[in-house]
Design a protein around this ligand. Structure first.
Ligand SMILES: *[C@@H]1O[C@H](CO)[C@@H](O)[C@H](O)[C@H]1NC(C)=O
Ligand SMILES: *[C@@H]1O[C@H](CO)[C@@H](O)[C@H](O)[C@H]1NC(C)=O
Ligand SMILES: *[C@@H]1O[C@H](CO)[C@@H](O)[C@H](O)[C@H]1NC(C)=O
Ligand SMILES: *[C@@H]1O[C@H](CO)[C@@H](O)[C@H](O)[C@H]1NC(C)=O
Ligand SMILES: *[C@@H]1O[C@H](CO)[C@@H](O)[C@H](O)[C@H]1NC(C)=O
Ligand SMILES: *[C@@H]1O[C@H](CO)[C@@H](O)[C@H](O)[C@H]1NC(C)=O
Length: 367
């Protein structure tokens, strides 16, 4: 070995190239070519490329496509990530550290046995977990508008991107690609939309987008209320709206002053409630509740009317039950726990409940 002849290597490189181009290699030893499986690693991990050799082998090399990485113990590659990990009688192996997607491709192990070059090719396959790199931001739209959501993901193999509507009523996927188009969105379609990017490298990357659908107020319930003179009376107006409605009350065309004595107005997201602490003759009448947001307004009228006390009409009770929270005093609504007749049973029941375990305890203590 006076000179280092690279002729065999050039031949090896050429056979490697032939392999790449699909030209069959006349190596004579087909068993050797089939000995290696492809190597699959995740981006960032290390890949070990092994080549089995025997004592007849005189020269060895590893190539990346047609570029020589190593020949025997000599490093040709300038890439610090490429290291020789074994050059023994049975194995010639290199390691590629911190593998990147550019490293993917065919690698060739070239060996020379009895002056015959042979090659073995291994495919390095680099996997990348799915990752959503770009997704629509949370949005607020008016009802009836068209909504378009997008979700861009990377990964190897190419991830499958799907959109799903997160609602107990919704089933399955809404879209099996990066884009989700909703034409003429309705208020029922507001909520969370989930994009999932999946490949079989790791668990899917999942992100959510909140879609808020704005719509003008819609008054659900406003009922006429009968209240005896001198009692508490409550008017309530329930409205759904996005954004939440602003409420105002009118009594026969005149705006109700919210600071009036003996009265209280409570405005919440979904309702407005007017409480008259002590209903007087002037309080009776026709009230209009107006619910408004920037998309529109809606109104409903409720009559506060006089009833004689005490009331015995079950119909009236039912109506007030549905529309109001219970209020105190005669003629008011009982919610089932506050009435006196059901509690006549309470004392004997409680006594029984107390005595029963006591007697059991006493009887068991005797044994
Ligand atoms: C190795 O990978 C190549 C390219 O992806 C493929 O054509 C070949 O069938 C694979 N071989 C094995 C043994 O998996
Ligand atoms: C292999 O070759 C490809 C293409 O030239 C290159 O991008 C990559 O960095 C090389 N990888 C190694 C480990 O040599
Ligand atoms: C929504 O999309 C439909 C169908 O693509 C189109 O006819 C309609 O004009 C769009 N509406 C708006 C508000 O852009
Ligand atoms: C309600 O108002 C009437 C008349 O003003 C008054 O006589 C009565 O005491 C008031 N009742 C209560 C509970 O404040
Ligand atoms: C109450 O007032 C509203 C609006 O002013 C009106 O449309 C409605 O007919 C009135 N209701 C009654 C029972 O008078
Ligand atoms: C209630 O709604 C009707 C119909 O939209 C409208 O004509 C009326 O002015 C409204 N009343 C109030 C007090 O806003």
């Amino acid at each position: 070995m006076l000179l280092h002849p690279f002729s065999w290597l050039i031949l090896s490189a050429m056979t490697a190239l032939c392999l790449l181009q699909g030209v069959p290699v006349r190596s004579g030893d087909t068993g050797f070519s089939k000995a290696m499986d492809n190597v699959t690693v995740r981006q960032g991990e290390s890949a070990i490329l092994r080549c089995a050799v025997d004592n007849r082998v005189t020269r060895v090399a590893w190539l990346n496509r047609s570029t020589i990485l190593y020949t025997s113990n000599d490093k040709w590659s300038i890439d610090p990530r490429v290291v020789l990990i074994a050059n023994t009688k049975s194995s010639y192996s290199i390691e590629i550290q911190n593998v990147d997607i550019y490293d993917e491709g065919p690698y060739t192990c070239s060996i020379q046995t009895d002056n015959h070059p042979k090659t073995s090719r291994v495919h390095l396959i680099v996997q990348v977990p799915p990752r959503i790199v770009e997704i629509s931001s949370n949005i607020a739209v008016n009802e009836g508008n068209n909504v378009s959501l997008s979700c861009i993901a990377t990964g190897r193999p190419e991830p499958v991107v799907t959109w799903r509507y997160l609602s107990p009523k919704a089933h399955g996927f809404m879209s099996e690609d990066e884009y989700l188009e909703i034409t003429g969105i309705t208020r029922e379609q507001s909520g969370l939309y989930e994009c999932s990017a999946a490949n079989d490298v790791s668990s899917p990357d999942v992100r959510r987008v909140k879609v808020t659908v704005n719509y003008p107020p819609y008054i659900l319930d406003a009922r006429n209320i009968g209240v005896p003179l001198g009692h508490q009376g409550i008017l309530q107006c329930d409205a759904l709206a996005v954004p939440a409605a602003d409420f105002s009350w009118y009594k026969e065309e005149k705006r109700l002053s919210e600071s009036r004595k003996g009265m209280k107005v409570e405005n919440r997201e979904t309702y407005s409630r007017v409480t008259f602490f002590n209903v007087s003759e002037q309080d009776y009448g026709n009230y209009t509740c107006v619910a408004m947001n920037r998309l529109g307004h809606s109104n409903a009228s409720v009559i506060l009317f006089e009833i004689l006390q005490p009331t015995s009409s079950p119909l009236l009770q039912e109506e007030t039950t549905a529309a109001l929270t219970p209020f105190k005093g005669p003629g008011a609504v009982h919610d089932g726990n506050s009435g006196s007749p059901p509690c006549l049973l309470c004392a004997p029941l409680l006594l029984l409940l107390f005595l029963l375990p006591l007697s059991l305890l006493l009887s068991s203590a005797q044994f």
